[in-house]
Design a protein around this ligand. Structure first.
Ligand SMILES: Cc1cc2nc3c(=O)[nH]c(=O)nc-3n(C[C@H](O)[C@H](O)[C@H](O)COP(=O)(O)OP(=O)(O)OC[C@H]3O[C@@H](n4cnc5c(N)ncnc54)[C@H](O)[C@@H]3O)c2cc1C
Length: 307
């Protein structure tokens, strides 16, 4: 818990909590069972209520953004899934820079594109990355040599023990390759409710060219179909996709899940796959990489729930 002044002290306000909400439609892989409890708090007060509910019910919490970096088991999640609902955006503009603050559920790539096309530079690389601002901060999403950490100016974090929101500098967030303190320590140590991004004014035509070039590169390199993007982190000095290709695993299927023929680090749901099919492929890829090449492949995707 950082020692900055609370930005906002929060009193719980009741928020509807559903039971047995099926999660597959909310994920980009379209797999996974139900959440025992499910809530979409609109603000920190409702979020505080959800945390209180989870404590009283003695269940774990799972923050869910766009579920574009998550594999939820077929048995689902036996706790409270919190899909924060704030999509608000505020702008603070000066001549040369813009501070854009966005709620945790704001769609990251849509926000990045919209602001880039107005000539604000810094988020072009986020073109085409699915998911939300909360998920991008927690996982330090990145592409083409940049990442969330390099453009975030501050993060508003709800701390459940003290029931406060604090505005924190990037230093606190513990950003590292595809992770942060929030992902590593879990929701009892903080929930991202909003993030600020510092952008620079540039010629809109130049920014548009860059964002269009990134869109074209992404289109050429990414498999179509239902996926979660890269399954594994790239090991130091190598690429997970190249390793899978070297192992001859591209195109391998389990059930209706397939290691993409286009990109070895993608698993696609061909239609009707189960979470267990995807997990079996993940374990196969890890096992072969370790046994035949001595390489440990670490999932970038978060694997969640009872098995
Ligand atoms: C086609 C495709 C391409 C992709 N390309 C890229 C890419 O180029 N680069 C890249 O980095 N990723 C990529 N991804 C993966 C994914 O889109 C990103 O990791 C994204 O930032 C995840 O955001 P999300 O909202 O979906 O997070 P989720 O998958 O919902 O959650 C990810 C993690 O963040 C936590 N979390 C979510 N919201 C909060 C919150 N408000 N507070 C605290 N913790 C929270 C979750 O508990 C979980 O641990 C791609 C995915 C797909 C499907």
């Amino acid at each position: 818990m950082p020692e900055s002044d609370p930005f906002e002290t929060v009193s719980p306000t009741e928020c509807p909590i559903e039971r047995d909400r099926v999660l597959a439609p909310l994920t980009t892989w379209k797999v996974g069972g139900p959440a025992l409890y499910f809530a979409e708090p609109a603000n920190p007060s409702e979020l505080a209520f959800c945390y209180q509910f989870a404590a009283e019910t003695s269940v774990a919490i799972l923050p869910l953004g766009g579920a574009s970096n998550m594999l939820i088991s077929d048995q689902g999640f036996p706790g409270l899934v919190i899909r924060y609902a704030d999509k608000s955006e505020q702008e603070d503009e000066s001549e040369a820079s813009l501070l854009l603050r966005a709620g945790g559920r704001t769609l990251f790539a849509r926000m990045a594109r919209k602001i880039s096309l107005r000539g604000w530079s810094g988020l072009e690389w986020a073109e085409g990355i699915p998911g939300t601002v909360g998920g991008a901060v927690a996982g330090n999403a990145g592409a083409y040599g940049s990442d969330t950490a390099s453009v975030v100016s501050d993060v508003d974090v709800f701390f459940p023990k003290e029931s406060v929101v604090r505005r924190l500098a990037p230093d606190y967030c513990g950003f590292r390759y595809r992770s942060s303190r929030f992902k590593a320590e879990g929701p009892l140590h903080g929930f991202v409710v909003r993030a600020g991004f510092q952008l620079k004014r540039e010629n809109p035509e130049e920014v548009r060219k860059r964002i269009d070039a990134i869109r074209d590169r992404r289109k050429a390199a990414s498999p179509s179909g239902l996926s979660c993007g890269s399954v594994f982190k790239n090991p130091e000095g190598d690429y997970a996709g190249r390793i899978i290709e070297r192992l001859g695993l591209k195109g391998r299927t389990v059930g209706s899940a397939q290691i993409s023929e286009v990109h070895g680090n993608y698993i696609v749901n061909l239609g009707g796959a189960r979470s267990a099919d995807v997990l079996a492929l993940i374990r196969l890829m890890q096992g072969e990489a370790k046994e035949r090449l001595g390489i440990d492949l670490e999932p970038e995707v978060r694997i969640v729930g009872d098995r």
